[in-house]
Design a protein around this ligand. Structure first.
Ligand code: SF4
Length: 121
């Protein structure tokens, strides 16, 4: 019996060309990648299909009650985004805060820092 083939379509976000890349999967393995104009797209599609990641942008509370916009310093696994948001809902940050300052480390056990995306006095 042959393994099932299924195709996933990924839109490459690496450059403005926005290639629509078709990834064929067979028995959980990548069988072919088509539609990308360059190698970077192939790598992006591979990652997107096997372990998709995203930069999380959200807010955390400041000690005075205001909300501070933050983001993860690097993309984290898409599957952990919800856990990360939940964890950050308990975080309270001291003022003042500088843009780029690490306000939380190792979010959802990813080893990735969360940084402020604006300054607050
Ligand atoms: S595959 Fe290459 S050319 Fe196409 S969107 Fe991705 S980076 Fe740009």
């Amino acid at each position: 019996m042959s393994a099932m083939v299924n195709e996933k379509t990924v839109t490459c976000i690496i450059c403005p060309a926005g290639c629509r890349i078709r990834v064929s999967m067979q028995g959980g393995e990548i069988a072919s990648i088509k539609g990308n104009l360059c190698k970077r797209g192939e790598n992006y599609a591979k990652d997107e299909v096997t372990h998709p990641t995203r930069v999380l942008t959200t807010t955390v509370r400041l000690e005075d009650g205001r909300l501070l916009p933050v983001k993860t310093a690097r993309p984290i696994p898409k599957a952990l985004l919800f856990d990360a948001v939940k964890e950050l809902s308990n975080v309270v940050v001291k003022v003042p805060v500088k843009i780029g300052q690490v306000v939380y480390s190792n979010v959802a056990g990813t080893g990735v820092d969360v940084v402020a995306t604006r300054s607050w006095k």
